[in-house]
Design a protein around this ligand. Structure first.
Ligand SMILES: Nc1ncnc2c1ncn2[C@@H]1O[C@H](COP(=O)(O)OP(=O)(O)OP(=O)(O)O)[C@@H](O)[C@H]1O
Ligand SMILES: [Mg+2]
Length: 722
């Protein structure tokens, strides 16, 4: 038996954890200290050395991706496929359990899972059925109420809030929603966990069976478990199982979704004799990156306290780039990735991390322009997002009434009383008479085959599209888009939902306006600007996204980067108001969670970290002036290197002050200076935002009032100073 290979290259504390006798254990340690690695080796150790059968082990990870990686690594260590090991996320494991015991869980065999969008759609119907106005009872609020109760293990009957009429109504919604789900055999995400917990509560013999089976339970990223997950785990463990949890309180970033970092302390009380092992050596990052991360997180008051050091060399300083605006920022990032790639490194070793999904759009466009394949993790590409597709469908229909897919998509989005029955009639008529849906709808209204409410709803929709086109045909594309988002009711629909996700959707819609404003068609395009933009959007949605096997730059939110590591990391948009966000800046607990998120971001980087912020940012359709984030100022100066590009002279310093030479002396070879007003024969008046290059190759970026920002080759641009 080759035991040593499981302990090779491990430090003393790691060995202690991997080779510990059967006991409860907490591995509490900072980022990159090998927690996940220890957990993997512990599983292999249990199997090979302690002869524990795979079927007696249950391991929990935070994401599906982490599960499959972990399985792969254990199999690699043991040199063979694993059978019987339960390894998955809490949701995945609960799902597996419910499938196996659907009768005992009172579920039909073929129960279906509701994702969060499905859940909202169902709730919308239920609210209608209950005669509750969505404006007063936002769907998002209702789903938030239900999920939070489920996360606490509460059924409608368990909620004691009889004095508060608002809460009572939500309680009633919960009840009706639950009855509907139960009748239809539908299970939402929170329900998976709650039902799995109830299975333990109500079916002791099943619990006993699994308690008998799983002698070892291991949980990664424990700091982000919620109450019901904890309760489920505790029951499963019973008195027999040995539980090993690994986590880092400094990386608890899901408090807003009900995660309880206190679960770590609770574990020590509830699981007697737990040994705490601390890992203090970081193996991931250069000492510069680590020092920056340690210094940053020291600003948090609520910490369990940990040390982290590394033997690694200092490496390169962290580069801080003060971009002029978000376009400049993404060009900078892409430029650096290109250099990195040209030096023979894989694209997949580079990650771009951002706070909000909407930030990906500008980055995506720069990457596409540079022809660099990229992949977005844990989220959809900008042009594939539901709300963006909705808005584009309106534009498509305005552009071409016969666009069937677009018609189907928005005819009743937002809901305007065109039900399935009416739609069925339209579809049938279209088929029988060989018409498009649009034409068929007209005919049915004209011939009075549709009557009453259905007829007026349909004709209102047809008129809306015609009117939108008439009213906006002559307007610039971004004004047209803005009008569509407002007039169609899309924006109001998402605004009414409230909450994080809906808020993100509204922001994305506004970001679409920015996208249209910045859009420049290829020179030789004869198409209308709208057609050109629509094809651009369609192409961006369909292609470019690298498949599994292509080497591609990794894009993701800071939240989805948890647990991962990359040699080259870019943290973008590190600005006050963005990161930390406006709201969290005002509340100390939320601010600390944002800081932990920054800590997670920094500690993803192995050898080189870039942090960038933009002085002005056009996001969600608005142009904002942003100061560098306080998180940048909290980093030690000797770890930072301020990037200065040759062409761009004015730079905000990381400490928030602006260098004196701002917008002065910046006439360069292009003959223009930053902030100067210019005029162009075709695009009209604008302001110089940036320039690059020299001589014949120099380019200036101008923000034109009518048509947004464009890069022009100075030699041919025929720009005149005003
Ligand atoms: N003793 C060791 N010797 C060499 N490399 C190690 C050692 N321990 C861990 N590593 C490496 O350090 C990196 C970080 O390890 P790992 O991902 O397990 O850390 P972690 O504590 O789980 O981090 P996070 O908190 O970000 O999840 C990995 O590349 C891992 O292979
Ligand atoms: Mg880890």
């Amino acid at each position: 038996m080759d035991v040593s290979s499981l302990l090779d290259g491990m430090n003393d504390e790691q060995r202690e954890a991997v080779a510990a006798p059967a006991q409860n254990m907490l591995v509490l340690a900072g980022a990159g200290s090998g927690k996940t690695r220890v957990l993997v080796h512990r599983i292999a150790w249990l199997m090979r050395v302690e002869q524990v059968p795979a079927s007696a082990i249950l391991a929990v990870t935070f994401t599906n991706k982490a599960s499959s990686e972990m399985r792969g690594r254990v199999e690699e260590l043991l040199g063979g496929r694993l059978f019987g090991l339960w390894l998955g996320t809490f949701h995945g494991l609960a799902h597996r359990l419910l499938r196996a015991h659907h009768l005992d869980a009172k579920l039909p065999q073929d129960f279906q899972i509701l994702d969060s969008d499905d859940q909202k759609r169902l709730l919308r119907r239920i609210l209608k059925g209950m005669n509750l106005d969505e404006k007063q009872w936002p769907v998002r609020q209702a789903s938030g109420f239900i999920n939070a109760r489920k996360d606490e293990g509460l059924r409608p009957k368990d909620i004691q809030i009889l004095h508060d009429p608002v809460q009572q109504t939500y309680q009633r919604i919960y009840q009706v929603y639950q009855d509907t789900c139960d009748r239809a055999g539908l299970v939402d995400f929170a329900e998976l966990l709650l039902r799995a917990h109830e299975l333990w509560l109500h079916k002791p013999h099943i619990l006993a069976h699994y308690q008998d089976r799983f002698r070892h339970i291991l949980v990664d990223e424990f700091q982000d478990t919620n109450s019901i997950q904890y309760a489920w785990l505790q029951m499963l463990a019973g008195t027999q199982a040995r539980v090993m949890i690994v986590g880092d309180d400094d990386q608890s970033i899901y408090g807003w979704r009900g995660a309880k970092v206190e679960n770590i302390a609770r574990f020590l009380q509830d699981f007697p004799g737990s040994e705490t092992i601390r890992l203090e050596q970081n193996y991931r990052s250069t000492s510069t990156i680590l020092k920056a991360a340690n210094t940053l997180i020291a600003n948090n008051a609520e910490r369990m306290g940990k040390e982290l050091w590394t033997q690694d060399e200092a490496g390169e300083p962290i580069s801080v780039y003060a971009a002029f605006n978000e376009v400049d920022e993404s060009r900078f990032v892409v430029e650096r990735i290109k250099q990195w790639h040209n030096q023979g490194n894989a694209l997949s070793e580079a990650a771009i991390l951002y706070r909000n999904n909407a930030q990906s759009r500008v980055l995506e466009e720069s990457l596409i322009q540079a022809q660099l394949p990229y992949r977005i993790y844990g989220g959809l590409r900008f042009f594939e997002r539901q709300e963006i597709k909705d808005a584009l469908a309106y534009l498509r229909l305005m552009n071409n009434r016969d666009d069937e897919a677009a018609f189907e998509r928005v005819v009743n989005t937002p809901t305007r009383g065109i039900g399935e029955r009416t739609l069925g009639l339209i579809r049938d008529a279209a088929k029988e008479r060989e018409l498009t849906l649009w034409q068929a709808a007209w005919r049915l209204v004209e011939e009075k085959i549709l009557a009453g409410r259905a007829a007026s709803a349909v004709s209102r929709f047809l008129a809306l599209i015609n009117q939108l086109e008439d009213d906006t045909r002559e307007l610039p594309l971004h004004v047209q888009t803005d009008r569509v988002i407002e007039t169609s009711g899309l924006k109001a629909m998402y605004q009414a939902e409230r909450g994080e996700k809906a808020q993100a959707r509204v922001e994305n819609l506004e970001e679409l306006v920015s996208a249209t404003r910045q859009f420049t068609p290829a020179e030789d395009d004869d198409m209308s600007l709208l057609s050109a933009f629509l094809s651009h959007a369609a192409l961006e949605a369909g292609e470019g996204q690298a498949d599994k096997f292509t080497d591609a730059v990794q894009l993701m939110t800071l939240h989805s980067a948890k647990g991962l590591e990359f040699p080259l990391v870019f943290m973008v948009g590190v600005e006050e108001g963005m990161f930390p966000s406006q709201q969290s800046a005002e509340e100390s607990q939320r601010l600390e969670e944002e800081r932990r998120l920054a800590y997670v971001g920094i500690t993803r980087a192995m050898s080189k970290l870039y942090i960038s912020h933009a002085e002005t940012r056009r996001l969600y359709g608005k142009e904002m002036f942003h100061r560098p984030s306080r998180f940048i100022k909290e980093l030690p100066n000797d770890c930072l290197d301020e990037v200065r590009l040759k062409a761009t002279v004015s730079r905000a310093m990381p400490n928030g002050r602006f260098s004196q030479d701002r917008v002065q002396d910046t006439f360069n070879e292009t003959g223009f200076k930053l902030g100067q007003r210019v005029t162009h024969p075709k695009f009209g008046e604008g302001i110089v935002l940036n320039f690059e290059g020299a001589g014949n190759h120099s380019r200036v970026q101008v923000n034109f009032e009518g048509s947004g920002s464009k890069w022009l080759v100075t030699a041919y641009a025929r720009l005149e100073a005003l």
